[in-house]
Design a protein. Structure first.
Length: 246
């Protein structure tokens, strides 16, 4: 007579890293590490956007040249755009998916573990308002990202009818010259500011880097990072609205 061995286990779960990820601690590490990757991309993307202020040199806008440089990374050794996809876009997409899945899984886990409602007002510590809106700011940023890609990367006609492939300056100015898009862009950056601030503040704790000697610098880092990134992103639509960039 065959013994009941219980439900079949997923072979993928035998992979050590996936076994660790199944735990809440593993998901916290995954969310923090993927968050670091995404914060680095956000900072780099913001700096790249500032090329729009350099205008044109020799008939070519500097931000257009910057976009072409990204597409031609490693062209001496690899086909055009291969490095961009293999080392930037695909890893970013993976980090983004891990970040979303781990955040969603941890939210479900926390809800399941909560047997009763809090008997007293919750203590949000330094996270305060940003932590309470973390979920919603994340959803807003996710929806904006879908729009942003359709608007300035893919060039969906229904989203940006004036899109010209490879003309970053033209696409940026023509899109943000439409006031509904301008308002959407600014609102999304404010949501990103809350999300980035809380993420920059909490990633140290998620990674176990929690010590009185440097805890005092965590709020400073979070505030500085969020202000710099948000200020850099908002500088472009403001400049377009004022006619500085046209």
């Amino acid at each position: 007579m065959l013994k009941n061995r219980g439900p079949a286990r997923n072979p993928l779960m035998r992979i050590p890293i996936l076994s660790v990820y199944r735990t809440d601690t593993g998901k916290k590490y995954a969310m923090a590490i993927s968050g670091v990757v995404l914060l680095g991309f956000i900072l780099g993307h913001m700096i790249g956007n500032l090329h729009v202020f350099e205008g044109a040199h020799g008939g070519e806008y500097r931000i257009d040249e910057y976009g072409e440089e990204l597409r031609e990374l490693g062209i001496q050794f690899f086909p055009r755009t291969l490095v961009l996809w293999a080392f930037i876009r695909i890893p970013l997409a993976v980090a983004f998916l891990i970040h979303i899945h781990s955040a969603y899984s941890l939210t479900r886990s926390n809800r399941a573990a909560r047997q009763t409602r809090y008997q007293s007002p919750r203590n949000y510590l330094a996270a305060d308002y940003a932590s309470r809106t973390m979920r919603w700011s994340g959803i807003i940023v996710l929806l904006f990202l879908a729009w942003h890609l359709a608007d300035l990367t893919i060039g969906v006609e229904a989203v940006n009818p004036d899109f010209v492939r490879g003309s970053v300056y033209h696409n940026l100015v023509s899109s943000l010259s439409r006031w509904p898009v301008w308002v959407l862009y600014v609102a999304a950056q404010l949501a990103l500011a809350f999300h980035v601030w809380h993420g920059a503040w909490s990633l140290f704790q998620s990674l176990g880097l929690n010590h009185p000697r440097f805890n005092q610098f965590r709020p400073l880092f979070a505030h500085t990072f969020a202000v710099v990134v948000t200020g850099g992103f908002l500088a472009v639509p403001v400049a377009i609205a004022l006619g500085i960039v046209a």
